[in-house]
Design a protein around this ligand. Structure first.
Ligand code: NAP
Length: 347
């Protein structure tokens, strides 16, 4: 077994704390990554607190992982030692079902394995990126360019692909008015991709304090949703709304902002279900849909797009021992716009 150390929650009631554990041996198709940086996704908090479903404990969260490949299995072809590698939300799947063949491995119904809080094909629990290393089957590791700031690349592995994928699927671009709800980790990546794809982008935020800084992201408009006048001014104007909010909220505040035939895409995963009156959809032929992360090929496509367009996440680099204050600030919406753990601080 390979020795590893990280930060784990021993139960949903306890804080994360240092924990030594073991990872599986490096199989013939596996690579070992020495983790340099790991992003802090709101999903980490949902999961260590059992907000969605009972988790597998001890739990080492983290699925925005970048680092250097330091060992490879006998049959690995995709990487050599010394390469940079990135891992997102999943580390294995069956590779044979319809979803896998359609490049949507994240929805594999047979044997999808999440990066943490999941059980691997070997029957062992998976542990995520708040740790010094990880062993992953080569197909689930992405090539990472050395042209971009590595810490700023980490959040692309989840926040990046989760916003890139639906905007691509719905062909959002020039001539479209796109609103992004929530300017956090996912939201700020949604703004960057929306702008890069040529859409006219409006941020719908609860935070007046983000108005000035948000301009630097390239958004064309900023609306504070608590201000009734500002909200009324954008009623019926958007072709697409991408909702990235983690907290429980009322979708009916946003549906009237859609144009006729407009589409509301949720990627946020609050605990409480949305209540959607059917007349607010049938009046105006509106669509409510969702999107989950992205497949392997599309994730690499997104990473390559980011290199080409010089896109990284705007981050606050933190020491791993400051993870709890970071969680507290994330819950308050006080992050510009993604915390990333410097894994050198684990030593
Ligand atoms: P985050 O960084 O905490 O950002 C969420 C933002 O939502 C906040 O910064 C805040 O922005 C806004 N917000 C907070 N409370 C709100 C409220 N009561 N009403 C309206 N807006 C509110 O979270 P994240 O890491 O981007 O994750 C967002 C959600 O996406 C989480 O639920 C996460 O689990 C989910 N997620 C889903 C997928 C997927 O595959 N679909 C992948 C990753 C994450 P403002 O200050 O601008 O209002």
């Amino acid at each position: 077994m390979i020795q590893a150390k990280g930060y784990a929650a021993q139960s949903a009631e306890t804080d994360l704390a240092p924990w030594n554990f073991e990872r599986r041996e490096i199989g013939p198709h596996d690579v070992l990554i020495e983790i340099a940086y790991c992003g802090v996704c709101h999903t980490d908090l949902h999961q260590i607190k059992n907000e969605w479903f009972p988790g597998v404990f001890p739990m080492v969260p983290g699925h925005e992982i970048v680092g250097k490949i330091t060992q490879i299995g006998l049959h690995v072809k995709k990487f050599k030692t010394g390469d940079l590698g990135g891992v997102g939300v999943m580390v294995d799947s069956c590779m044979e079902c319809d979803d896998c063949k359609n490049h949507q491995e994240q929805f594999c119904q047979v044997s999808a394995v999440q990066t943490y809080n999941s059980t691997g094909h070997d029957g062992l629990p998976t542990y995520g990126g708040y740790s010094n290393n990880i062993i992953v089957r080569e197909e689930f590791v992405h090539h990472i360019s050395d042209k971009l700031n590595l810490a700023g690349v980490a959040p692309l592995l989840c926040a990046g692909i989760t916003t890139y994928s639906p905007l691509r699927k719905w062909k959002v671009g020039k001539g479209h008015k796109l609103a992004i709800v929530g300017l956090g980790g996912l939201g700020h990546m949604g703004v960057k991709f929306g702008v890069a794809f040529g859409a006219e982008v409006t941020i719908l935020s609860t935070s007046e304090s983000k108005r000035e800084a948000a301009k630097a992201l390239g958004a064309h408009h900023f609306v504070v949703t608590k201000n009734a006048d500002e909200l009324a001014a954008v009623k019926g104007t958007f072709d697409f709304i991408l909702d990235t909010v983690a907290a429980n909220h009322d979708i009916n505040l946003y549906l009237p902002l859609l144009h006729t035939n407009g589409t509301f895409i949720t990627v946020g995963m609050p605990v409480e279900p949305f209540q959607v009156p059917s007349f607010s959809l049938s009046g105006g032929n509106k669509t409510v849909t969702g999107s989950g992360a992205g497949g392997l090929a599309e994730t690499q496509e997104m990473l390559d797009f980011c290199v080409e367009h010089d896109i990284t996440s705007d981050i606050e680099l933190i020491d791993i021992k400051d993870i709890h204050p970071a969680f507290e600030r994330m819950v308050k919406g006080d992050v510009r716009y993604r915390f990333v753990i410097d894994m050198a601080t684990l030593k």
